[in-house]
Design a protein around this ligand. Structure first.
Ligand code: ADE
Length: 268
């Protein structure tokens, strides 16, 4: 099976990427030929004998800007007709599971790691297909974001993680956080593994896991639950178990009479 996706990462600091790309699941997937991931030093495409890759900001101001020529030369050397060019920047669309799934359908991603004050605007205008941020905070460069994106997308490629179907559907894609996990020992510092997980009753285990996913999502990420919505039985269980969190979430418990329809109000 040829690799389903290739990543070319353009950076001024390839040494920041080397370790993470060699270790763990990503390293194994590369060695198994399931994905191709290469990093490239943008200085190799610099145009002058000083290997200049940045310059002063037109209009004045502190900080340097990455020059467009080396980035353009690198992208043009690497791209094919199916390439998708991504600039990692805090000004981009925020990466989530849906964005990662979309990117995992591409066959070739070229990732540009910005540095300094940013990259020359002509790079965005002429070369970049999509700008992606990994969250609303600012790092000193796009290298760690490129690694985050690469790992998130590469693990969706066929064969990289055990169960492809489960990987594509997991956690955020179902709109819920993962349920808690336990392994041995059965008791650790006074905390026991819930009995149901030892019961062998697969239906009961599935139900418990689903409910704990709901509970966790309500307590930690109510915004996800709001987006996903709740089935009546899910809502009923959460009201029983977590009334305080549910009233913050919904305002009123379901036992409170809903507003009568407008005609009824007008009649009375
Ligand atoms: N470069 C600096 N901060 C970043 C962020 N949050 N996401 C992507 N690229 C960045």
């Amino acid at each position: 099976m040829p690799p389903s996706i290739r990543f070319d990462i353009l950076t001024l600091f390839p040494e920041m990427l080397a370790g993470p790309l060699e270790g763990g699941v990503l390293g194994r997937a590369r060695r198994a030929g399931l994905v191709e991931i290469e990093s490239h030093n943008l200085r190799d495409w610099a145009m002058d004998r000083h290997n200049t890759v940045d310059d002063y900001t037109f209009g004045g101001g502190s900080g340097m800007v990455m020059k467009p020529e080396p980035i353009a030369a690198a992208v043009e050397a690497l791209r094919n007709e199916k390439s998708w060019v991504v600039l990692l920047t805090p000004q981009g669309k925020v990466l989530d599971h849906a964005v990662a799934l979309e990117l995992s359908r591409k066959t070739h991603l070229i990732l540009i790691c910005g540095r300094y004050e940013g990259v020359d605007e002509r790079v965005r205008i002429q070369l970049v297909d999509e700008q992606i941020s990994i969250g609303d905070y600012v790092l000193t460069g796009g290298e760690l974001p490129a690694l985050v994106l690469t790992e998130t997308v590469a693990r969706l490629a066929p064969g990289v993680v055990g169960n492809d179907e489960a990987t594509r559907k997991e956690s955020h894609s179902e709109g819920l956080l993962e349920h808690p996990h336990f392994t041995r020992p059965r008791e650790f510092r006074g905390e026991a593994v819930p009995d149901v997980l030892l019961s062998g009753d697969h239906g009961a285990i599935r139900r418990w896991r689903h409910r704990e996913s709901l509970r966790r999502t309500l307590l930690v990420r109510p915004d996800l639950l709001q987006r996903r919505g709740l089935e009546p039985d899910e809502s009923e269980w959460l009201w029983k178990e977590e009334p305080a969190a549910m009233s913050g979430f919904h305002g009123v418990p379901p036992s409170v009479e809903p507003d009568p329809p407008l005609e009824k109000k007008l009649e009375s």
